[in-house]
Design a protein around this ligand. Sequence first.
Ligand code: HEC
Ligand code: HEC
Length: 343
Amino acid sequence: MKKILSMLCALACTTGAAHAFDISPFQVGDSLATGEAQAMLQRYATRPSQAWREPDPASIPTGPEGDSIREGIDLMRHTSQRVGNRAPDQNKRFNWNSLNCVNCHQAGPSGLPGTKKYALALVNAVNDYPRFDIKSGKIISLEQRALGMFGAAPVKLTVDMPEFKAIMAYLRWLSAEARPDRAMEGVGLMPMKAIKRAADPIRGKALFISQCASCHGADAQGKRQPDFETGAGYLFPPLAGSDTYDNAGHMFAIPLLARYIRASMPFGTLSDKPQLTPAQALDIAAYINDDAMPRGQNPNRTRLYTDAALRPQGFAIPEHFTGQPEAYHRAKFGPFSNVNEHY
Ligand code: HEC
Ligand code: HEC
């Protein structure tokens, strides 16, 4: 049955207009068996790619649609003040922390959130979903992914709320000119060469102190704005502690964090001119994500990446390595044969 459906779609999809990524014969919410998941990931990875498209803020329309897009931009820039866990309006505390979306989805030359190449750019996000998510083992929609970013917050955000609709309107605008059936260069994370040795948190600490601590603090807890307790958020975001990604977050995987910082840090770094070698980026990521660093603990992490055959390198939790400290260390710090896997 599934085979027939996918054959039908193969016919329809070549004759009709270009569609977003084709998840047929599955639907959002479906769990996939290992083989099905591998085939789907392969299909996703081998989509043809299109060139980066620099978004032009001047092309945001006037009228209600434009207002919604601008509202989405404002929410992603001033997340903490507007909808953070310390936001002045208690009914709007939709986010679990006091970060701004733009702290991670950085701004490029356009000044807009999620438009910096390889700093988790969102310029093709609408066309990259729905897709198979190895972390949950399910096909997820962009809405689900975006909602997930708000975590377990004081007030629950839902898809029918104006704030969420505004963020979606902005994401749609970002991708509006792109070809829906293609991946895009510059989105997600920059590929990087693996190194032969394990990532080393001790070397990483020395590099962190000299290259990162001036902004993020020697303890990596960031620097708060004066009005932090009333929602102002951070001048420099924390990379550790209870107000940033926890020990089940995507950025907790050393290869992922290394690729992110190599393409965009120290602040102002452009991906075509990285300041750090792959070894330095991996060492710094090892220091930041070391278990000795204080970080929020996620009680659900054993329910993530449950299919061991699909688990990316660097996602390592002690629960999977009871009584095997060396195997745990190797899974967490490497050496990694591939640092460019999907997470
Ligand atoms: C601590 C860093 C961090 C913050 C803060 C953050 N994100 Fe993300 N976000 C990520 C990472 C990492 C991914 C990609 C995970 C992956 O590789 O699939 C992601 C993925 C996404 C995606 C899917 C796009 C894609 O390429 O898969 C959307 C949409 C998104 N985030 C929206 C938001 C919004 C809206 C906010 C603010 C409420 C936010 N994010 C805050 C780190 C962050
Ligand atoms: C000159 C100040 C500065 C320096 C130096 C700097 N950063 Fe950042 N970093 C920032 C700012 C500002 C942001 C938030 C970006 C934004 O909001 O546009 C950020 C964001 C980040 C983030 C994503 C946000 C989060 O909370 O996870 C990471 C990771 C990061 N920096 C790591 C590093 C590392 C590692 C170094 C050293 C190699 C470094 N930074 C050096 C200013 C700096």
